[in-house]
Design a protein around this ligand. Structure first.
Ligand SMILES: C[S@@+](CC[C@H](N)C(=O)[O-])C[C@H]1O[C@@H](n2cnc3c(N)ncnc32)[C@H](O)[C@@H]1O
Length: 219
């Protein structure tokens, strides 16, 4: 690819990235990712998406035993799963709303089971309550993605004493931020989870954007 082609492509990608973060209905999000699935891995590297590597680095510091049962929420094409596998985790399942993304992930042989489920749209979660020791999610929760209300469902998938960890760009001021804080607080106040540590800021989640790494424990 010539330098001109590359810079034109990156400009298009900027618009695409902006579109990916626009608030939309889950069905529209799904359509967006269905059309992106086959080029996702190649294209996210063009805007320096470092989420899975950064999350794995922070997660490793928690020294979670390697034999835990893990569900990767919004697993996409499996980038976080690959990082966790490299750390020595082997019992990892994937959940995502987009079939095409899961099909790319399936070919990488990282996950034991892959579940298609669209939070905020599909009715019944395919996961039995209390199945996993750990739920992880990278770049999959927030505007244009999984609604914050899904924290209730994600927490239900985890065993008592298990962890829910995620890395995403924090919501900006406004309604989104209020909803985010209110769901987190509601689950805290009702004694359903507690923070294991303060959110950790990581730089260059993509480009120059930072993100926050959260670790909550199910009570
Ligand atoms: C930016 S990708 C992240 C994928 C992977 N975790 C990574 O870091 O490369 C976001 C993923 O969230 C999924 N997703 C978005 N909204 C969803 C929803 N409501 N329910 C389930 N999956 C959703 C998309 O299908 C997509 O695969």
């Amino acid at each position: 690819m010539s330098d001109t082609d590359k810079s034109r492509r990156i400009k298009d990608l900027d618009a695409f990235l902006e579109e990916s973060l626009r608030e939309k209905q889950p069905e529209e999000v799904k359509e967006f990712y269905e059309s992106w699935a086959n080029t996702y891995d190649e294209e996210v590297s063009l805007f320096n998406y470092n989420g899975p590597k950064l999350m794995a680095k922070e997660f490793a510091k928690l020294n979670v035993p390697k034999n835990v049962e893990v569900i990767d929420i919004a697993a996409g094409t499996g980038a976080l799963g690959e990082e966790l596998k490299a750390l020595g985790y082997t019992c990892i399942d994937a959940l995502d709303g987009t079939k095409g993304m899961l099909e790319v992930a399936r070919k990488k042989n990282i996950y034991r089971n892959l579940f298609q489920f669209l939070f905020g749209c599909d009715d019944k979660s395919p996961i039995t309550n209390g199945t996993y020791d750990l739920a992880v999610s990278c770049g999959g929760i927030g505007p244009g993605h999984i609604p914050y209300s899904a924290f209730h469902d994600i927490l239900a998938m985890v065993k008592q004493g298990g962890l829910v960890c995620w890395l995403t760009v924090n919501p900006k001021e406004g309604e989104e931020k209020e909803t985010f804080n209110s769901v987190i607080t509601e689950l805290k106040d009702s004694g359903k989870w507690e923070a294991v540590q303060d959110p950790v800021r990581v730089e260059e989640f993509y480009k120059k954007e930072f993100a926050l790494f959260y670790v909550m424990k199910k009570l």
